[in-house]
Design a protein around this ligand. Structure first.
Ligand SMILES: [Fe+2]
Length: 290
Protein backbone atom coordinates (compact mmCIF):
# COMPACT_ATOMS: atom_id res chain seq x y z
CA UNK A 1 0.00 0.00 0.00
CA UNK A 2 1.28 3.45 -0.88
CA UNK A 3 1.85 5.89 1.95
CA UNK A 4 1.81 8.91 -0.33
CA UNK A 5 -1.38 8.45 -2.31
CA UNK A 6 -4.83 6.99 -1.80
CA UNK A 7 -7.35 6.10 -4.50
CA UNK A 8 -10.85 5.92 -3.08
CA UNK A 9 -14.45 6.64 -3.97
CA UNK A 10 -15.82 9.65 -2.10
CA UNK A 11 -19.40 9.74 -0.83
CA UNK A 12 -21.23 11.80 1.75
CA UNK A 13 -22.06 8.75 3.86
CA UNK A 14 -18.42 7.62 4.05
CA UNK A 15 -16.95 11.05 4.88
CA UNK A 16 -14.95 10.59 8.10
CA UNK A 17 -16.14 12.89 10.90
CA UNK A 18 -14.54 13.43 14.32
CA UNK A 19 -15.46 15.76 17.19
CA UNK A 20 -13.72 19.15 17.00
CA UNK A 21 -11.46 19.63 20.02
CA UNK A 22 -9.39 22.62 18.92
CA UNK A 23 -6.30 20.84 20.14
CA UNK A 24 -5.38 18.98 17.01
CA UNK A 25 -2.27 19.30 14.99
CA UNK A 26 -2.06 21.44 11.91
CA UNK A 27 -0.72 18.90 9.44
CA UNK A 28 0.85 16.96 12.31
CA UNK A 29 2.91 19.82 13.66
CA UNK A 30 1.68 20.64 17.17
CA UNK A 31 2.22 19.09 20.56
CA UNK A 32 0.75 15.66 20.12
CA UNK A 33 2.58 13.41 17.73
CA UNK A 34 0.16 10.82 16.38
CA UNK A 35 1.50 7.35 17.10
CA UNK A 36 0.71 6.34 13.55
CA UNK A 37 2.49 9.30 11.98
CA UNK A 38 6.21 9.48 11.76
CA UNK A 39 8.91 10.08 9.26
CA UNK A 40 12.08 8.13 8.76
CA UNK A 41 14.70 8.79 11.39
CA UNK A 42 17.25 10.12 11.62
CA UNK A 43 16.34 12.89 9.22
CA UNK A 44 19.11 15.11 7.94
CA UNK A 45 18.49 18.56 9.41
CA UNK A 46 18.74 21.10 6.63
CA UNK A 47 19.26 24.82 7.33
CA UNK A 48 15.59 25.51 6.55
CA UNK A 49 14.51 23.29 9.45
CA UNK A 50 17.40 23.74 11.92
CA UNK A 51 16.29 24.79 15.43
CA UNK A 52 19.24 27.14 15.81
CA UNK A 53 17.74 29.09 18.73
CA UNK A 54 17.47 25.92 20.79
CA UNK A 55 21.26 25.69 20.74
CA UNK A 56 21.41 28.74 23.03
CA UNK A 57 19.58 26.74 25.71
CA UNK A 58 21.63 23.56 25.48
CA UNK A 59 24.12 24.54 28.17
CA UNK A 60 21.57 25.99 30.57
CA UNK A 61 18.11 24.52 30.36
CA UNK A 62 17.02 26.40 33.51
CA UNK A 63 17.30 29.63 31.56
CA UNK A 64 13.85 31.15 30.97
CA UNK A 65 12.73 31.14 27.35
CA UNK A 66 13.30 34.67 26.04
CA UNK A 67 10.95 36.81 23.97
CA UNK A 68 11.79 38.48 20.68
CA UNK A 69 10.12 40.90 18.30
CA UNK A 70 8.66 38.62 15.69
CA UNK A 71 7.76 40.09 12.31
CA UNK A 72 5.58 37.98 10.06
CA UNK A 73 5.82 39.37 6.49
CA UNK A 74 2.62 37.45 5.66
CA UNK A 75 3.24 36.79 2.01
CA UNK A 76 -0.11 36.11 0.37
CA UNK A 77 -0.86 36.51 -3.31
CA UNK A 78 -3.42 35.01 -5.66
CA UNK A 79 -1.30 33.56 -8.47
CA UNK A 80 -4.01 32.00 -10.61
CA UNK A 81 -7.75 31.38 -10.70
CA UNK A 82 -9.08 28.30 -12.46
CA UNK A 83 -12.66 27.55 -13.54
CA UNK A 84 -14.68 26.55 -10.47
CA UNK A 85 -15.32 22.79 -10.72
CA UNK A 86 -18.73 21.28 -10.19
CA UNK A 87 -19.48 19.45 -6.96
CA UNK A 88 -19.58 16.21 -8.92
CA UNK A 89 -16.11 16.84 -10.39
CA UNK A 90 -14.68 17.32 -6.90
CA UNK A 91 -16.40 14.26 -5.46
CA UNK A 92 -15.37 12.05 -8.39
CA UNK A 93 -11.67 12.95 -8.20
CA UNK A 94 -10.57 9.81 -6.42
CA UNK A 95 -6.82 10.13 -5.73
CA UNK A 96 -5.46 12.18 -2.81
CA UNK A 97 -1.87 12.73 -1.71
CA UNK A 98 0.28 13.00 1.40
CA UNK A 99 3.89 14.19 0.97
CA UNK A 100 3.87 12.79 -2.56
CA UNK A 101 6.72 13.94 -4.84
CA UNK A 102 5.27 16.16 -7.59
CA UNK A 103 6.25 13.98 -10.60
CA UNK A 104 4.60 10.96 -8.98
CA UNK A 105 1.51 13.00 -8.11
CA UNK A 106 1.21 14.27 -11.68
CA UNK A 107 1.34 10.70 -12.95
CA UNK A 108 -1.29 9.42 -10.51
CA UNK A 109 -3.67 12.36 -10.17
CA UNK A 110 -7.34 12.24 -11.09
CA UNK A 111 -8.50 14.76 -13.74
CA UNK A 112 -9.33 17.77 -11.56
CA UNK A 113 -6.29 17.44 -9.31
CA UNK A 114 -4.08 16.97 -12.37
CA UNK A 115 -5.37 20.23 -13.85
CA UNK A 116 -4.63 21.96 -10.55
CA UNK A 117 -1.11 20.51 -10.40
CA UNK A 118 -0.40 21.45 -14.03
CA UNK A 119 -1.46 25.02 -13.29
CA UNK A 120 0.41 25.12 -10.00
CA UNK A 121 3.74 23.94 -11.33
CA UNK A 122 3.97 26.97 -13.60
CA UNK A 123 4.35 29.05 -10.44
CA UNK A 124 7.12 27.05 -8.75
CA UNK A 125 10.21 29.06 -7.87
CA UNK A 126 12.54 26.07 -8.21
CA UNK A 127 15.17 26.98 -5.62
CA UNK A 128 14.43 24.13 -3.20
CA UNK A 129 15.48 20.49 -3.41
CA UNK A 130 12.06 18.85 -3.13
CA UNK A 131 8.50 19.51 -4.26
CA UNK A 132 5.74 17.58 -2.48
CA UNK A 133 1.97 17.45 -2.90
CA UNK A 134 -0.68 17.15 -0.19
CA UNK A 135 -4.36 17.02 -1.07
CA UNK A 136 -7.73 16.30 0.52
CA UNK A 137 -11.25 15.87 -0.74
CA UNK A 138 -13.71 16.60 2.04
CA UNK A 139 -17.45 16.98 2.40
CA UNK A 140 -18.44 19.66 4.89
CA UNK A 141 -21.69 20.28 6.66
CA UNK A 142 -22.07 23.88 7.86
CA UNK A 143 -19.86 24.31 10.95
CA UNK A 144 -17.40 21.53 10.04
CA UNK A 145 -13.70 22.42 10.21
CA UNK A 146 -11.15 20.88 7.82
CA UNK A 147 -8.56 20.36 10.59
CA UNK A 148 -8.88 20.04 14.37
CA UNK A 149 -7.80 23.62 15.09
CA UNK A 150 -8.73 27.16 14.12
CA UNK A 151 -5.57 28.71 15.53
CA UNK A 152 -3.51 31.22 13.60
CA UNK A 153 -0.29 29.44 12.69
CA UNK A 154 2.46 29.05 10.14
CA UNK A 155 2.99 25.93 8.05
CA UNK A 156 6.13 23.83 8.21
CA UNK A 157 7.34 25.34 11.48
CA UNK A 158 10.75 24.30 12.79
CA UNK A 159 9.88 21.60 15.31
CA UNK A 160 12.39 20.41 17.90
CA UNK A 161 12.12 17.36 20.13
CA UNK A 162 14.61 15.52 22.30
CA UNK A 163 16.58 15.87 25.55
CA UNK A 164 17.07 19.67 25.52
CA UNK A 165 13.39 20.25 24.76
CA UNK A 166 12.44 17.83 27.54
CA UNK A 167 14.81 19.52 29.99
CA UNK A 168 12.99 22.77 29.18
CA UNK A 169 9.78 21.03 30.27
CA UNK A 170 8.21 20.23 26.90
CA UNK A 171 7.83 17.32 24.53
CA UNK A 172 7.95 19.58 21.49
CA UNK A 173 8.94 23.19 20.77
CA UNK A 174 8.48 25.27 17.64
CA UNK A 175 11.65 27.34 17.12
CA UNK A 176 9.93 30.52 15.97
CA UNK A 177 13.03 32.70 16.20
CA UNK A 178 15.01 30.38 13.94
CA UNK A 179 12.25 30.58 11.32
CA UNK A 180 11.52 34.31 11.66
CA UNK A 181 14.97 35.71 12.33
CA UNK A 182 17.29 32.93 11.20
CA UNK A 183 17.95 34.37 7.76
CA UNK A 184 17.10 31.11 5.98
CA UNK A 185 14.55 31.05 3.15
CA UNK A 186 11.44 29.29 4.50
CA UNK A 187 9.52 26.60 2.63
CA UNK A 188 7.36 27.96 -0.18
CA UNK A 189 3.70 27.02 -0.63
CA UNK A 190 1.15 27.13 -3.42
CA UNK A 191 -2.32 26.18 -2.24
CA UNK A 192 -5.58 25.55 -4.09
CA UNK A 193 -9.15 25.32 -2.78
CA UNK A 194 -11.94 24.39 -5.16
CA UNK A 195 -14.63 26.43 -3.42
CA UNK A 196 -15.02 29.20 -0.87
CA UNK A 197 -17.53 27.60 1.51
CA UNK A 198 -14.69 26.69 3.88
CA UNK A 199 -12.03 29.21 2.89
CA UNK A 200 -8.72 29.47 4.72
CA UNK A 201 -8.14 32.88 6.33
CA UNK A 202 -4.80 34.53 5.48
CA UNK A 203 -3.23 37.58 7.11
CA UNK A 204 -2.39 40.00 4.32
CA UNK A 205 -0.01 42.58 5.76
CA UNK A 206 3.16 42.41 7.87
CA UNK A 207 2.58 41.93 11.57
CA UNK A 208 5.04 42.45 14.42
CA UNK A 209 4.43 41.10 17.90
CA UNK A 210 6.37 40.01 20.95
CA UNK A 211 6.69 36.26 20.95
CA UNK A 212 8.63 33.61 22.88
CA UNK A 213 11.58 32.31 20.90
CA UNK A 214 10.39 28.74 21.46
CA UNK A 215 6.68 27.91 21.75
CA UNK A 216 5.05 24.56 22.68
CA UNK A 217 1.91 25.24 20.62
CA UNK A 218 0.22 27.93 18.57
CA UNK A 219 -2.26 28.81 21.34
CA UNK A 220 -0.44 31.93 22.59
CA UNK A 221 0.41 33.09 19.09
CA UNK A 222 -3.24 32.70 18.11
CA UNK A 223 -4.37 34.82 21.05
CA UNK A 224 -1.81 37.53 20.23
CA UNK A 225 -2.81 37.65 16.56
CA UNK A 226 -6.53 37.78 17.39
CA UNK A 227 -5.81 40.67 19.76
CA UNK A 228 -4.09 42.59 16.95
CA UNK A 229 -6.84 41.67 14.47
CA UNK A 230 -4.74 42.01 11.30
CA UNK A 231 -6.17 42.60 7.82
CA UNK A 232 -7.03 39.27 6.22
CA UNK A 233 -8.31 37.64 3.05
CA UNK A 234 -10.39 34.53 2.46
CA UNK A 235 -9.01 32.30 -0.26
CA UNK A 236 -11.20 32.74 -3.36
CA UNK A 237 -12.90 29.76 -4.99
CA UNK A 238 -10.66 27.73 -7.31
CA UNK A 239 -7.66 30.00 -6.76
CA UNK A 240 -4.00 29.10 -6.34
CA UNK A 241 -2.40 31.27 -3.67
CA UNK A 242 1.25 31.75 -2.81
CA UNK A 243 2.41 31.81 0.80
CA UNK A 244 5.53 30.73 2.64
CA UNK A 245 6.61 29.42 6.03
CA UNK A 246 6.20 32.92 7.53
CA UNK A 247 2.58 33.40 6.45
CA UNK A 248 0.01 33.49 9.26
CA UNK A 249 -3.25 31.78 8.41
CA UNK A 250 -6.00 29.74 10.01
CA UNK A 251 -8.81 27.38 9.19
CA UNK A 252 -12.41 28.36 9.72
CA UNK A 253 -15.67 26.47 9.86
CA UNK A 254 -17.63 25.75 6.70
CA UNK A 255 -20.45 28.19 6.00
CA UNK A 256 -22.37 25.79 3.76
CA UNK A 257 -22.49 22.13 2.86
CA UNK A 258 -20.54 20.69 -0.02
CA UNK A 259 -17.42 19.07 -1.36
CA UNK A 260 -14.01 20.77 -1.40
CA UNK A 261 -10.73 19.80 -2.99
CA UNK A 262 -7.68 21.24 -1.21
CA UNK A 263 -4.23 20.90 -2.75
CA UNK A 264 -0.98 22.21 -1.34
CA UNK A 265 2.36 22.07 -3.12
CA UNK A 266 5.43 22.76 -1.01
CA UNK A 267 8.94 23.60 -2.17
CA UNK A 268 11.32 22.61 0.61
CA UNK A 269 14.89 21.52 1.26
CA UNK A 270 13.61 18.96 3.75
CA UNK A 271 13.35 15.42 2.45
CA UNK A 272 10.27 13.62 3.76
CA UNK A 273 9.92 9.87 3.58
CA UNK A 274 6.85 8.59 5.36
CA UNK A 275 7.26 5.26 7.11
CA UNK A 276 3.73 4.89 8.36
CA UNK A 277 0.37 5.74 6.91
CA UNK A 278 -1.48 8.90 7.86
CA UNK A 279 -3.31 9.37 4.58
CA UNK A 280 -6.41 7.34 5.54
CA UNK A 281 -7.43 9.88 8.18
CA UNK A 282 -6.08 12.91 6.33
CA UNK A 283 -9.49 13.90 4.96
CA UNK A 284 -11.36 13.73 8.28
CA UNK A 285 -13.58 16.73 9.03
CA UNK A 286 -14.07 18.02 12.56
CA UNK A 287 -17.57 18.74 13.77
CA UNK A 288 -18.32 21.15 16.59
CA UNK A 289 -21.92 20.08 16.90
CA UNK A 290 -21.39 16.31 16.71
FE1 LIG B 1 -1.74 25.61 7.70
Amino acid sequence: MSLTHLDQRHAIDTQQVAPFTGEGAYHGSTSKRPKTASTSAPEAVVAEMRPSTLEDYRLDTRRPIADFEATFPNLYSVEDTLPVPTQQEVRDDSVTFCWCPLPEALALASPLTRRVLEATRKHLVGDKRYVYVDSKIQYFEPGDVPVDSQHWHIDGSIVARGPVVEALGHSLLHDMKARLAGGVTPPRYLAYQSSDHCATVFATSPLTLTLAELIPSFTGLDAAVRELSPPFALQPASSIVRTDGLSLHRAQAATASGWRLWVRVVETDREVQLNSSIIECYGTVFRTSA
